[in-house]
Design a protein around this ligand. Structure first.
Ligand code: HEM
Length: 263
């Protein structure tokens, strides 16, 4: 049996895999938050950052494929471990949640599933720019000029995208579930890697709480500030005309002429 089979076929190996891929996704979340918080600066700040990332295709695609592999392995190891646990104890506990298990730890699988669905939506929303999912229009038409070059206007896309109330609400629900998932998952990651002892455990639990609260606040203030029109609302008023110009409504005379033809 090769090393990959040995890791995958042992529950300890799967636990390590889940912990390491979870750790990599946590590092991504910190980096992604730092990048997104630039929306509180002038539009050129986040637009310049997004343009920089897109101008390094090797780095961008390396990170994207690495992330995709981490998400896939994290989900696959979580699901198979849950199946092994269920097979080991077919009879459920008489009192669910007893024996010191926190709410967050009991809901790791359902919160993980909603977060995965959020990621699918989020990629369609801001990466694939599918007009049908954003409630606004074709974001690929939003461009701006940066140092004489025409680049995607990521700032306008974020502001217009998150001003839509139901989108903002969905983002906030996803952040709340991400907080729940991380508040248990981060501590569990250290436990799986063998750091649970009476010296380290209280510190690890404290770190897991502090880090998940910091991410919750950081990720939630973006949609909240945008939805309350505290960020970029003047800037996007002008951009709405660009979107309309890219997708013009037929002139009333044209509609009337078409109506006559149909008769
Ligand atoms: C308020 C919350 C968030 C905002 C405003 C936000 C914003 C964005 C934006 C604007 C992009 C596209 C970047 C570009 O095209 O240059 C993006 C991509 C992405 N986001 Fe988020 N994000 C948020 C939360 C999250 C969360 C919680 C996750 C993971 C659980 C996540 C995962 C991703 C991934 C995987 C990409 C694709 C990166 C790529 O294009 O390679 N985001 N996000």
């Amino acid at each position: 049996m090769n090393i990959v089979d040995r890791i995958w076929n042992s529950s300890l190996g799967k636990k390590y895999l889940m912990a390491l891929t979870g750790g990599a996704l946590f590092v991504f979340l910190i980096g992604h938050l730092v990048g997104n918080l630039q929306v509180f600066g002038p539009p050129e700040l986040i637009n310049g950052y997004a343009h920089f990332l897109k101008s390094k295709p090797l780095l961008l695609w390396g990170a994207r494929l690495g992330l995709l592999a981490c998400v896939a392995l994290h989900i696959a190891s979580a699901v198979t471990l849950a199946q092994l646990n269920a097979a080991a104890r077919p009879q459920p506990y008489a009192t669910p949640g007893a024996y010191g298990a926190s709410k967050a730890s009991q809901y790791m699988l359902p919160t993980g599933i909603v977060i995965a669905s959020f990621i699918v939506y989020h990629l369609a929303h801001f990466t694939a720019l599918l007009p049908g999912v954003n409630g606004v229009g074709d974001f690929s038409k939003l461009t701006t000029t940066l140092h004489g070059e025409t680049v995607p206007d990521v700032y306008a896309m974020m502001v217009l995208g998150l001003q839509v109330k139901w989108v903002c609400a969905f983002y906030l629900v996803a952040q709340a579930l991400l907080f729940m998932h991380l508040s248990h998952g981060l501590a569990a990651m250290f436990q799986s890697l063998g750091f649970r002892d009476h010296v380290w455990w209280p510190r690890i639990e404290c770190f897991a709480k502090a880090a998940s609260i910091a991410l919750l606040i950081g990720y939630s203030i973006i949609p909240v500030a945008i939805c309350l029109k505290l960020v970029g609302s003047d800037y996007v008023e002008r951009k709405k005309y660009d979107l309309k110009a890219a997708n013009p409504q037929p002139a009333p005379a044209f509609v009337a002429a078409q109506g006559k033809e149909a008769k």
